[in-house]
Design a protein around this ligand. Structure first.
Ligand SMILES: [Fe+2]
Length: 395
């Protein structure tokens, strides 16, 4: 196998090329990547010909955003709790948000994969950027569909970009309060004690303190203070159930989705759609149903390039995902149910309505589905386990 795209290592927001495109992926390289925590890469082979997964934003913009984030986080970390984020830094981040919004809107294809498979980087910065991208996609779509409510509860449709830019700034900084949590707690493997959990649960308030000066809009602040609050009152720091601002709900949804999908890629090798299904299952409890509908129509559960098994047993890889029906992609069918190769051909699941994607596969050949699925455990068990991981270990 040869690499389809470069693999970078990231440090302090700067990407250094580790492997060039077209590099041979030998067993040794594969083992080395796994040791470094990279469990998925793009490869070029006869089957993947013409399949080019779409990144939500350009590599240049991702680098620029990561550098701006790193400078902000570093400045706050070195100056401690008394610091305030300088005005020019806020302006720089605001310009990054504007650029992200522009790029997201200029892409006609569905964005299905938020993780940057080409790079592995410090978790908080990458997570902050992913949450910003995802939250802006959901926010943009949500306002387009439902408008927004002003102080008197009336639905409005104007000032969309201004609101989204403020939302985006809050999303970029939603976890900045984590800087004040001791790293031995933040990076502790395994379960946190009650006292440690108490400290972790302070990070939205700490984040709000850090951005509490006049340069931030309340439309940004609500995303920071409210990203762990839930509709059913089971969130933190206040456990508020009502009056949750939509920006807090969008931030919370994007946060859960990215935390679970990152665990999937970097640690647990979970099936790609598990994070997507988790968000679906939280409709009406953690998140409002209409917002989950927006998520469902905006984010594709099966990214391009992922190996899948169809309900009739055939296997293939997702070739294209349309923005208009993200759950019914075109699949390049490559193997029959016994694992024997077929002449590759594209099957549009939007037209072939009697076939669905049954599962994702680690490999096109070999035993069917070696990985555990969300459906293998009881829904409650899955939610509790995943949510406690999200709320606890990754905060
Ligand atoms: Fe958080």
């Amino acid at each position: 196998m040869r690499l389809g795209r470069p693999v970078y290592s990231c440090s302090a927001g700067v990407r250094l090329p580790l492997l060039q495109p077209d590099a041979l992926v030998t067993e040794r390289v594969r083992a080395g990547l796994e040791r470094a925590g990279v469990f998925a890469v793009y490869v070029n082979d006869a089957i993947s010909e013409g399949i080019a997964p779409v990144e939500p934003i350009s590599a240049e913009l991702r680098d620029r955003a990561m550098r701006a984030l790193d400078d902000t986080f570093t400045a706050v970390a070195t100056q401690g709790a008394v610091t305030r984020i300088p005005g020019e830094q806020i302006e720089r981040l605001g310009n990054v948000v504007k650029a992200i919004l522009r790029e997201l809107r200029s892409r006609r294809e569905a964005v299905s994969s938020l993780m940057d498979l080409n790079a592995f980087d410090s978790h908080t910065l990458g997570h902050s950027l992913n949450v910003c991208i995802l939250g802006l996609m959901i926010g943009d779509q949500s306002i387009r569909r439902h408008g927004w409510r002003d102080g008197r509860g009336e639905v409005r449709h104007g000032d969309v970009d201004d609101r989204l830019e403020k939302l985006g700034l809050g999303l970029l900084l939603h976890d900045i309060g984590k800087i004040l949590i001791p790293s031995e707690i933040l990076q502790k493997p395994g379960r946190l004690s009650d006292d440690e959990m108490e400290i972790v649960r302070e990070h939205p308030k700490a984040g709000l303190d850090l951005i509490e000066n006049g340069a931030f809009s309340s439309l940004s602040k609500v995303a920071v203070i409210g990203h762990h609050e839930r509709l059913d009152g089971r969130g933190y720091p206040y456990g508020r159930a009502d009056d949750l601002h939509p920006h807090a709900q969008i931030a919370g949804m994007a946060d859960v989705y990215d935390a679970v999908s990152s665990m999937r890629v970097y640690q647990a090798r979970r099936p790609t759609h598990e994070a997507w299904e988790l968000v679906m299952s939280l409709a009406g409890t953690a998140f409002p149903i209409e917002l989950v509908h927006v998520f469902k129509d905006t984010i594709a559960p099966y990214p391009e390039g992922v190996a899948v098994q169809l309900s009739d047993g055939r296997r293939g890889i997702v070739a294209r995902v349309s923005r208009d029906h993200v759950t019914r992609p075109v699949v390049r069918v490559t193997h029959d149910p016994s694992g024997a190769p077929l002449t590759p051909h594209d099957l549009d699941l939007y037209e072939a309505q009697d076939v669905v994607i049954a599962d994702t596969l680690q490999d096109l050949v070999g035993p069917s589905d070696p990985s555990p699925r969300a459906g293998d455990r009881s829904p409650d068990e899955t939610h509790e386990q995943t949510l406690s991981t999200v709320l606890g270990a990754t905060a």
